[in-house]
Unconditional design. Structure first.
Length: 164
């Protein structure tokens, strides 16, 4: 099948942080590409047994960005109790959910840039012990990539569009 949304993987290899950020940015871009051009019904359409929808994935990843980079890395208490829910309230517009994801990405990138290297420890513990920014980047990249794969499948089911 023709991959209509194909994008090259990053070739950044200028250092550990440069490479890590390039792949996280690539994964985020893939998620945003999957929701681009769809209407509200398509974004909220439930195509699998679980409550997973394209819009729900974006809402979930917004919470993940804010929890892992905002709360865990930077200690921002506003994001201590995000719920990671994939069910988007009917009154929340798709535009608002997507804009919130873009905003969360910008906030996360600011926290990453403010850190003094990949060995910086998190402000909040993970399983009772601080982790490094390196660990948080790897964790959130794997989470985003996993959900980008879900989004690939859902988008193909919605309208046949494929590609990373």
């Amino acid at each position: 099948m023709l991959e209509s949304q194909r994008e090259r993987v990053p070739l950044n290899d200028g250092g550990e942080l440069d490479t890590a950020l390039a792949f996280l940015s690539f994964a985020r871009s893939c998620v945003l590409k999957k929701v681009n051009g769809l209407d509200d019904d398509q974004l909220r359409r439930r195509l699998v047994v679980s409550d997973t929808t394209l819009l729900g994935l974006v809402q979930h990843l917004t919470d993940a960005e804010r929890y892992w980079f905002g709360y865990t890395l930077a200690g921002d208490l506003r994001y201590a109790d995000v719920d990671f829910d994939m069910v988007v309230a009917p009154e929340r517009s798709a535009d608002r959910v997507i804009a919130d994801y873009r905003s969360a990405i910008a906030e996360s990138d600011a926290h990453i840039r403010a850190a003094e290297g990949l060995d910086v420890r998190t402000a909040r513990p993970v399983n009772d012990e601080p982790r490094t920014l390196r660990w948080v980047l790897a964790h959130l990249t794997s989470e985003t990539v996993r959900h980008a794969g879900h989004a690939d499948i859902l988008r193909e089911l919605v309208d046949g569009v494929t590609g990373r």
